[in-house]
Design a protein around this ligand. Sequence first.
Ligand SMILES: C[S@@+](CC[C@H](N)C(=O)[O-])C[C@H]1O[C@@H](n2cnc3c(N)ncnc32)[C@H](O)[C@@H]1O
Length: 350
Amino acid sequence: MHETVQDYYGRQLQSTSDLKTDACCDTSSVPNWLKTLLKNIHPEVLSRYYGCGLVCPPLLEGCRVLDLGSGSGRDVYALAQLVGEAGEVIGVDMTDEQLAVAEEHRQFHVEAFGYDNVRFLKGYIEKLDELDLEPESFDVIVSNCVINLSPDKQAVLKGIGRLLKPGGEFYFSDVYADRRVPEAVKNDPVLYGECLGGALYWNDFIALSKQNGFADPRLVEDRPLEVTDPALSAQVGNLRFYSATYRLFKLENLEPACEDYGQAVIYLGTIPDSPLAFILDKHHTIATGKVFSVCGNTWAMLQDTRFKAHFQFIGDFSRHFGIFEGCGTILPFEGTIQVDGQRQVADPCC
Ligand SMILES: C[S@@+](CC[C@H](N)C(=O)[O-])C[C@H]1O[C@@H](n2cnc3c(N)ncnc32)[C@H](O)[C@@H]1O
């Protein structure tokens, strides 16, 4: 599969407009803060953008960031501006032609930004241990529309776990299917290259993440994808594809489910560009100044990460109140009664 993908991104595609579906191209509106960053990026780099989402989480100043499948470097050069002079961004890609475009314009960006904080490495994202990268040295790892192209997604997740610092996160956009992709779709080189054939069934992705140490994957945003080409659309039939951004924190103490310890946080409104609210994920928009109840996992994602200084924390893990309501898991037992107006317990048998 590597050769098929290298041929597709190295020789067949010359620019974003050559794509046959909107799977590998982010058609959602570009936010203003990103427009400002993109203005400083070389037009040739921008013209070869094949991503499917935004991979710029907040609070990156001074961070060390790795971009898996960095292509011609659009996200690397955008992130380079967000991490600033004290930070560093490294892009990894296996396709010479993509790397050549990224490298060719490195000096242009050094001059545009006023500092040199970017490197590109040739390599396979399944073999990150073969690159000279120190374990547990990255604050954030990103990837934009690449994991679906990998024939060994488990190896990719393992490598990410090895390179992230404790409390670091893998923040990435990719393509997912609403069911397991049939072999005929998987084996079609165009559908594979277009980021559809190799897409994981979303629930298999959740299971794979958990198996590889990321106990609580958080969905940040998603959108349905359109297969615009009529012939390709007929080939995929009833399959539905989505572009989705997930964040996976490397935190040892995350639990398999959201557990309620009666904890809460208050966002201080101090993260740059997020004065009114902090968005952790699709289900957690935390308004500035408001006491916001959280499960133990969300607590850890805020306290044991780079976000800690921007929150006030109320409570601890000393008392457990059962499963956290509204986190997708419910008490499975029937015959419950209300006690103390809040909590439900099983109906007594006698
Ligand atoms: C859809 S493009 C996305 C490029 C870039 N992230 C962007 O947003 O423009 C996929 C990129 O991933 C690279 N790629 C795919 N599989 C890879 C692998 N197994 N190892 C390294 N790079 C890979 C390809 O060479 C290509 O540049």
